[in-house]
Structures are given as structure tokens and as C-alpha cells.
Design a binder for this molecule. Structure first.
Ligand code: TLP
Length: 344
């Protein structure tokens, strides 16, 4: 049975054409800065988000962690949304490796209001912990694949600038936000001191993220921290070639993933045991609730037995994510499986 894998957009496999590009890649030792393919990917990535420099790193987690480590001194505070990836899924690296304290704001489906951010900035007095950095996640994964309106990031950026604070954008799925809003990646990134985006999610590369900035002084520190964190790769051009292929071929097609998510949400919403607000589906993620006497692990197993993989993400909530290895036909088939299994 071929599985329809909706657990994440991280599960994509490199296409034949991407593999060809990887096999042909010219390589060198990137710790010496001598891998021509990595250098080309970094230039392309920087240009896409309108920044001077971008660094290729193995994962989205490392990109976030380098941004934290380079911009927030240990013992200081980082303003984040309560369910962001850095808080929920990075194994406590912000505290374990960067030594920072997170100041959580509860956003609306992951989106922080500028007023909330402003109110969370600590006063500059001797007793109070100091705010070092603000982070936003766009799209916001646990919020539902939700999109920051450009105007909101603009206002958070203006507050950060006024208060002399850097702003990091975890743009693991920045191009999904770009696809949904029509605003460019550069327009989003221009309000941020650092911006990361992943090549290995909806863009379909096997690994890798880029971390970009205009701050030349920070780049040297980012390179050193990348090495400290074990992200100094050698002939990484083989991976970078996949990233270049992804940027050239797989951004424009993200709209298909969004259309597929909308269609699947529509099919799910018709199932009597499912609760799903259709308006909540903004990009390629669908979060839905299932009323069932079975525990979530059993529901997941029953779906798997019929050929559909999803993640249970806490309580009665499940997440399905569309991506380039899921076709329109797969969506119809998955809809049928959900209807059969969840009706029971
Ligand atoms: N998200 C993964 C899991 O780790 C939860 C997923 O399946 O959605 N930022 C955001 C917003 C992310 O969603 C992710 C991955 C990352 C960073 C980290 O990327 P990787 O997995 O490359 O370290």
C-alpha cells in the first residue's frame, strides 16, 4: 500500500531532477568557505530575502539557535509566542545552549499583537531582567500554519527598532506566508535583523536552512557559533545543490499545497465526528479535532492501517500537512479514508 503521508511537509523526498542536481554539484570545503555550490546558494538565499549575507545551516532548529546565541546574551530575556517552535520543539536549546529566558506571550492562533510585544519589553532598571531579542514565527506552525499580516510585522519591527532590540524571524515556512499574502519575502524580512527559512519543508530539499542578516559584524559570530554547534559542514555543496533546485523550482508551486489543504479541510469538515473551522486553514496545515472513544494513538494507527499518516498533537487535536509529494488525487483518497475511519 502506498502511504499518503500528511504528518509534515518535512517528509518529502528529493525528486529525480533534484537528485541529478545533487550528483553534479561542484564541491569544496565549506569550513574554508570554498564550496562554490554552498556559496551560490547563500547568495541566492540572501537575495531572496533582501539581506547582504546568508549562512547555510543543517536545520531550521540550528538557524533559530544561532540567531538566539548571537543576539541574546545569557541571563537575558527573549520575547516569543507561547507555542512557537523554539519554545515547544527545540528541546530547551534556548535555555540549555544560549542561556536565555523566554518571555511567552499568548498570541491569537500564534500571532502576537504589537501592543502585547511592547508591553512585554522590560524596563531598563537594575532589578529587572533585561529584554535582549524579539522573535516571530511566520507561518506559525502550532498556531495553525497562520500568517502574520505584513503590517503586524512592520509594527513589531518599528517597536523593536525604537527600543533598540533585534528582531528574529523564524521563517521556516516564510514562502508559504509569501504565497498566502502576496507580500514578498524581502518585505517581511526588512523589519527583522535576522531571518531564517527552511529548504527542507515545503520546498522539498532533503536538509538545510538559511539564516540571513545585513549585520556584517554578526556574520563572523554566526559562523563561529555554527561551528560551535557542530554545523560547520565540509563538502555541503551536495546538499546546497538540492537547496538551489528547491528555490528555483518549488516556490511557485506552494499554491498547490495550499489549495490541497483547503480541499482536504472541506472533506474533513463534512465528517460528523470532526470539528474544524474552515477559516483556520490559511496555508498548508490543517488542525482538526476528533471526537472519539479511542485514544489518539489508536486513531492514528487506524488511519495508518488504511494508508494515511497524520500526527496527533495533543488532546483530541490532529495535524495534517500538505506538500509536494501529495497530489490532488491523494487528497481525495485521504478524504475517503478519514471519512471511513473517523466515522467509526
Ligand atoms: N517543524 C517540524 C517539527 O519540528 C515540529 C514540523 O514537522 O512542523 N521552525 C518551525 C516553525 C518549524 O515548524 C520547524 C520544524 C523548525 C523551525 C525546525 O526545523 P528543523 O526540523 O529543520 O530543525
Amino acid at each position: 500500500m502506498t502511504m499518503i503521508d500528511l504528518r509534515s511537509d518535512t517528509v518529502t523526498k528529493p525528486s529525480e531532477a533534484m537528485r541529478q542536481a545533487m550528483a553534479r554539484a561542484e564541491v569544496g570545503d565549506d569550513v574554508y568557505g570554498e564550496d562554490p555550490t554552498v556559496n551560490r546558494l547563500q547568495e541566492m538565499g540572501a537575495a531572496l530575502v533582501g539581506k547582504a549575507v546568508a549562512l547555510f545551516v543543517p536545520s531550521g532548529t540550528m538557524a533559530n539557535q544561532l540567531a538566539l546565541r548571537a543576539q541574546a546574551p545569557p541571563g537575558q530575556e527573549v520575547i516569543v509566542e507561547s507555542r512557537c517552535h523554539m519554545v515547544r520543539y527545540e528541546q530547551g536549546a534556548g535555555s540549555a545552549l544560549a542561556g536565555v529566558q523566554f518571555h511567552w506571550i499568548v498570541g491569537q492562533r500564534g500571532i502576537m499583537a504589537p501592543e502585547q510585544v511592547e508591553a512585554a519589553i522590560r524596563p531598563k532598571d537594575l532589578h529587572t531582567i533585561q529584554t535582549a531579542l524579539i522573535c516571530v514565527e511566520n507561518t506559525h506552525n502550532s498556531g495553525g500554519g497562520t500568517v502574520y499580516p505584513l503590517a503586524t510585522i512592520e509594527r513589531i519591527g518599528a517597536i523593536a527598532r525604537q527600543r533598540g532590540l533585534p528582531l528574529h524571524l523564524d521563517g521556516a515556512r516564510l514562502f508559504n506566508a509569501v504565497t498566502a499574502t502576496g507580500a514578498s519575502a524581502t518585505e517581511y524580512a526588512k523589519h527583522c535583523t535576522t531571518v531564517s527559512f527552511c529548504l527542507s519543508k515545503g520546498l522539498g530539499a532533503p536538509a538545510g536552512s538559511l539564516l540571513a542578516t545585513n549585520d556584517q559584524d554578526m556574520v563572523d559570530r554566526l559562523r563561529r557559533f555554527r561551528r560551535m554547534y557542530g554545523g560547520g559542514m565540509r563538502q555541503a555543496g551536495i546538499l546546497a545543490a538540492a537547496g538551489i533546485y528547491a528555490l528555483e523550482h518549488n516556490i511557485a508551486r506552494l499554491k498547490d499545497d495550499h489549495d490541497h489543504a483547503t480541499r482536504l479541510a472541506h472533506l474533513l469538515a463534512q465528517i460528523p465526528t470532526v470539528t474544524l473551522d474552515l477559516k483556520s486553514v490559511e496555508t498548508n496545515m490543517i488542525f482538526f479535532d476528533v471526537k472519539s472513544s479511542r485514544p489518539p494513538a489508536d486513531v492514528v494507527a487506524a488511519l495508518k492501517a488504511e494508508g494515511v499518516l497524520v500526527n496527533a498533537v495533543g488532546g483530541t487535536t490532529y495535524r495534517a500537512v500538505t506538500h509536494l509529494d501529495v497530489s490532488a488525487d491523494d487528497i481525495e483518497k485521504a478524504g475517503q479514508v478519514f471519512a471511513n475511519v473517523l466515522a467509526k
